[in-house]
Design a protein around this ligand. Structure first.
Ligand code: HEM
Length: 399
């Protein structure tokens, strides 16, 4: 990456883009929990980094003092605001009341019943992706597999053709993974925004069963939904479901490629899949969100100022030994697992049923065809970090 200055003191000058931290943040969180459970930085504006389960969940639940008006972990600073997005990306970047009704419109699209309907196509897709590499006996499990799945599934829900999958993946990465590069963020936002705006306009006069058409033809308290709310929601659905799920699938495959005992156990005992999925989500939670402090205040002795950013470090909360036994271990049959990979409070992930289904099916189909696999010798695993953490190249060999 090489985009940041080295850190001397993590308690007062943390950097979520530090190369070593992106690769392996866990020891850093353990140390901070012991020495300074809420770290601070002045890099890219002032921000706070809580590391305990109790603090992260308390912050997530206090929507009065910690607003979702800015949820980006990294502000690029110089990006021109996309002027037409007057309502941001509701519900994720909004506080009540806008949050409440926009979330209500989205939830039915990700209910258990709907998600079950997407499972056969997800399974067929995963199968064909693995099959393409069986003869070679090796694959990049991140780029060739994990990355290919969520974009196609969400594309089906939004009515976006398969052949645009790579373009969309690129745009989503521009927005989430290269958030400190204003040109890339702008390119990604405009790419996604312009494409979806064109599709929204095409659907105005049509009947259809995709999410965009539904939003165009629905009323809230007797009034149609504002076009800019629809556009914001459509962009969010695209952004929220891609990098996140792909990262969760990739990290889970990384774990299984590097932990023979867990891989063999999951193959031998497929009944463990449901608890294993939760445990892998806990241990490798990909998403960190941000909140903007709404007024000068003190939180657990930290003097926070209006406009400071607080990072909702869900991944660190999930590794807190005060909340989980053997917090640093992956326990595939963990029974009690109140992890917060999907967040906590009113913004809790609206797509969690879909994400869980994709992760489960991706692992089942992979393990069914490739029960034994390891990191390819000499290859280097690269990780993305910041808002969403997960492997971006993961060369594995099948044997
Ligand atoms: C493993 C994959 C995923 C993870 C770890 C994840 C994680 C999260 C987290 C932590 C939040 C809370 C945000 C906050 O507190 O500010 C969130 C919100 C959200 N997620 Fe997910 N997500 C995943 C997949 C998905 C998918 C597949 C969708 C479907 C489109 C989705 C849609 C949303 C939406 C719409 C919100 C906003 C909810 C609100 O503000 O009320 N996510 N997600």
């Amino acid at each position: 990456m090489g985009r940041t200055e080295p850190v001397d003191d993590w308690a007062s000058d943390f950097d979520v883009l530090d190369e070593e931290y992106v690769r392996d943040p866990f020891p850093r969180w353990d140390e901070l929990r012991r020495t300074c459970p809420i770290a601070r930085t002045d890099r890219r504006g002032r921000a706070w980094l809580p590391t305990t389960y109790a603090d992260v969940t308390a912050l997530a639940k206090d929507v009065e003092h910690f607003s979702s008006s800015n949820t980006s972990v990294i502000d690029s600073g110089e990006v021109e605001e996309t002027p037409i997005l007057t309502y941001g990306l509701p519900p994720i970047t909004s506080d009540p009341p806008l949050h409440t009704w926009t979330r209500r419109l989205l939830l039915p699209w990700f209910s258990h019943t709907r998600v079950a309907g997407y499972e056969p196509m997800t399974r067929a897709l995963c199968r064909s992706l693995v099959d393409a590499h069986l003869t070679d006996g090796r694959a990049d499990a991140a780029a060739d597999y994990a990355q290919q799945i969520p974009v196609r599934v969400i594309g089906a829900i939004l009515g976006i053709p398969d052949e645009l999958s790579d373009t969309f993946t690129g745009w989503v990465r521009d927005v989430l993974e290269f958030a400190d590069d204003p040109q890339r963020v702008e390119r990604g936002m405009w790419g996604i925004g312009h494409y979806l705006w064109t599709r929204i306009n095409e659907r105005r006069a049509l009947d259809g069963d995709d999410l965009l058409t539904y939003l165009l033809h629905t009323d809230v308290e007797g009034r149609p939904v504002d076009d800019m709310v629809i556009l914001g929601m459509a962009i969010l659905t695209m952004i929220a479901g891609i990098d996140t799920t792909w990262s969760a699938i990739g990290s889970s495959l990384w774990h299984l490629a590097t932990h023979d005992d867990d891989r063999a156990r999951l193959v031998a005992e497929p009944v463990l899949m449901d608890t294993a999925v939760e445990e892998l989500l806990r241990a490798y939670a990909p998403v960190t969100m941000a909140r903007a402090v709404t007024t000068d205040l003190e939180f657990r002795g930290c003097p926070m100022r209006r406009g400071d950013k607080v990072l909702l470090n869900f991944p660190a909360a999930n590794r807190d030994p005060a909340a989980f036994d053997r917090a640093d271990e992956v326990v595939l049959d963990r029974q009690e697992n109140r992890h917060v990979a999907f967040g906590s409070g009113i913004h809790r992930c609206a797509g969690s049923n879909l994400a869980r289904m994709e992760l489960r099916v991706a692992l089942e189909e992979w393990l069914d065809r490739v029960p034994v696999f390891h990191l390819a010798e000499g290859s280097e695993v690269t990780w993305a970090g910041g808002q969403v953490r997960g492997p971006r190249s993961l060369d594995v060999v099948f044997h």
